[in-house]
Design a protein around this ligand. Structure first.
Ligand code: NAP
Length: 268
C-alpha cells in the first residue's frame, strides 16, 4: 500500500498546503490523513477535499511517514506528549509552527525522529507563499526535496539557516499583515482624495500586486526603478519627497525588529 501524508492540525495553514497538493497533483488527496480535534472543521476538510480525518494524532503517525505539524504553538506540547512514543527514525515531522526551534522540537518529539522546520506565510493560500526551510541534521536530502516539492507548489521556497528564522518570521511570516496595513493606508489616502472606499482598495491592491509582479519579471534595481518612475518635477517625485522626509523606513525597520524580537521570545 502507498504511504500517506499526514497532518497534525487541519487549520488555515494546513488547508493552504492541501490546496497546493491538489493543484499540482503531488498525490491523490485520498492519501492525505489529517488529525483534527475540532469535529466540524474535520468534517469540512473531508467534504471539501476528500482527505481522511481523525481526531486521533496517533492514528496519523501509524498511517503516515511524513507529517506536517500545523497546530498552534500553545498546542504543540500536549500533542508531542501523545505521539512521542510512536515516533521513530522512520518518521519525518515537518513543523510549520512559529517560534519552535529544531532543538525545542527535538526535546518534545524525541531524539530519533527526522525533523524539518518551515516558516511559511498565509499567502500560500493564494499559491504565492514564501516558505523558509531548515532541515535538522538527521533529515535526508530526500526529506528536503519532498518538502520543497510540496511547498514549492504553493509559492516560493528558500533553504535557510535556522539563525535567520526570527528575521524570516518578521519579514515574510508576519509580512502579509504589514503589506495589508500599507494597502489600507494607501486606500485610506485615496478616500481622503475623494475616491469611493471600494475603488480605492481596488486601485491600491492592484497597484501592489502589479508592482511586485513587474519587479520580479524585470529584476529591476529598486532604487533605479523608483528614480525612473519619479521623474523630476513630476507627481511621483512630489510624493516621494514626502516619504523620504518622513521616518517611513525607520518605522518599517522598527516594525520588523519588534516582530523578530517577539519571535525570539516565543522560541525560548
Ligand atoms: N497563520 C499564519 O499566518 C501563520 C504563518 C506562519 C506560521 N504559522 C504557523 O502555522 C501553525 C498553524 O497555524 P494556523 O493559522 O493554521 O492555525 P489554526 O487555523 O488554528 O489551525 C490549527 C488546527 O490544529 C488543531 N489542533 C490543535 N491541537 C490538535 C491536536 N492535538 N490534534 C489535532 N489537531 C489539533 C486545531 O483545532 P482546535 O481549533 O480544536 O484547537 C486547529 O484546527 C501555527 O503554529 C502557526 O504558528 C501560521
Amino acid at each position: 500500500m502507498k504511504r500517506r501524508l499526514g497532518f497534525f492540525g487541519a487549520g488555515k495553514m494546513a488547508e493552504g498546503i492541501v490546496q497546493a497538493i491538489a493543484a499540482v497533483g503531488t498525490m491523490p488527496l485520498g492519501r492525505v490523513v489529517m488529525a483534527e480535534t475540532f469535529p466540524a472543521r474535520a468534517a469540512e476538510m473531508a467534504k471539501r477535499y476528500g482527505v481522511q480525518t481523525t481526531p486521533d494524532a496517533a492514528a496519523v503517525v501509524k498511517a503516515a511517514d511524513a507529517i506536517f505539524l500545523a497546530v498552534k504553538p500553545q498546542d504543540v506540547a500536549a500533542l508531542a506528549a501523545q505521539v512521542k512514543p510512536l515516533l521513530t527514525e522512520k518518521k519525518l515531522v515537518i513543523s510549520i509552527v512559529a517560534g519552535k526551534s529544531l532543538a525545542t522540537l527535538r526535546k518534545m518529539f524525541g531524539v530519533q525522529v527526522r525533523l524539518v522546520r518551515v516558516m511559511p506565510n498565509l499567502a500560500l493560500r493564494a499559491k504565492e507563499g514564501m516558505c523558509a526551510i531548515c532541515p535538522a541534521k538527521n533529515a535526508t536530502k530526500a526529506d528536503v526535496k519532498l518538502v520543497e516539492s510540496i511547498l514549492g507548489a504553493a509559492g516560493q521556497t528558500a533553504l535557510l539557516k535556522e539563525k535567520d528564522f526570527d528575521a524570516v518570521t518578521a519579514l515574510s511570516g508576519s509580512g502579509p499583515a504589514f503589506f495589508a496595513y500599507m494597502e489600507e493606508a494607501m486606500a485610506e489616502g485615496g478616500v481622503k482624495l475623494g475616491l469611493k472606499p471600494a475603488v480605492a482598495r481596488q486601485l491600491a491592491e492592484q497597484t501592489m500586486l502589479g508592482t511586485a509582479a513587474y519587479l520580479r519579471q524585470s529584476g529591476a534595481n529598486l532604487g533605479e526603478f523608483i528614480a525612473g518612475v519619479a521623474t523630476k518635477g513630476g507627481t511621483t517625485a512630489a510624493g516621494m519627497d514626502v516619504m523620504r522626509a518622513s521616518d517611513f523606513k525607520k518605522v518599517v525597520a522598527a516594525t520588523l525588529a519588534a516582530a523578530a524580537k517577539r519571535s525570539a521570545e516565543l522560541g525560548k
